[in-house]
Ligand binder design. Sequence first.
Ligand code: FAD
Length: 321
Amino acid sequence: MMKKVLVLAEAKDRSLRNVSFEALTAAQRVSEGGEIVAAAFGSDAVNYVGELSKYGANKVYVVSNKELDTYTTDAYFQALRQVIDAVQPEVILMPHTAIGKDLAPRIAARLGLGLVSDVIDIQVEDGEVIFTRPIYAGKAFEKKKVVSGILFATVRPNNIPAEETGGTAEVVDFNVEIKDLRTIVKEVVRKTVGGVDLAEAKVVVSGGRGVKSSEGFKPLQELAEVLGGAVGASRGACDAGYCDYSLQIGQTGKVVTPDLYIAAGISGAIQHLAGMSNSKVIVAINKDPEAPIFQVADYGIVGDLFEVVPLLTEEFKKVLV
Ligand code: FAD
């Protein structure tokens, strides 16, 4: 049955995040030919219309209120609620990012909707929309269906490949009323500058306590740079002060699903695996052949990371640079 789907597009550093296109691709599957409406927030929203059309949006709600330039729960909640009231969607999808994780439960609670969060696949089977999501820290997957009300889900980055469909979307200039804000962001001070976004990186090179110092991360940064990837870390490395907590991957850190995950000097504790075990290819470098990380690795290299990582960088440079 045809469904009207609303997708909240998310931008970072004035460009749309790839997961917005992945959510639009998921929307194409569930809409079964119905209308796909994207909503873009902030002063730059109008610049995103072309790309949103390319990935399947039939209509784009451009909500260019200045209060939406930087995310705050209050402002985004008020804006999205008004968009939902206007669009009357049967399905709502948004990225499972820091914003999606904050905003979606609030919307669900206030509108009395069920929410399927952190979805890695969406299919329509016998006319029913089936959401797949990881459970037990990625050790198993559950399939869910929503039996009544609006179907509402957040989509994990890097899992549903974005597909271009072409097309031109109708633009709706939609001004929302935003009032009584309890928080106003005056300035954003970044801990990490530039580079590839960890949550959406296709390649992640992570270091653990085995890197032994912040200096020890340098070979990993060089390898990540050659591969066009991002650097991540275990909590062990963060706790030891070798790197910033913004790099932490795992149960209490970021969840990543890159095409290639390289774990160097990481033992493979269950809490770390929770953040990376769904990566497509996992390479482990550890000098302990009994390290648990080898149980989830597709390729294991037993050796000293300070010898192995620079060798890999040199070899990749020969073919990639
Ligand atoms: P270690 O376990 O100390 O492993 C270091 C590894 O490096 C060893 O296997 C060693 O053989 C290898 N090594 C040493 N030197 C070299 C070398 N020169 N070359 C190659 N290999 C070398 N952890 C996370 O990562 N993310 C989380 O989100 C997270 N959340 C947690 C939440 C809770 C509630 C709890 C209790 C724990 C959590 N942890 C988390 C911590 C987790 O249990 C582990 O303590 C942590 O992952 C260990 O980090 P590590 O693998 O870097 O360190």
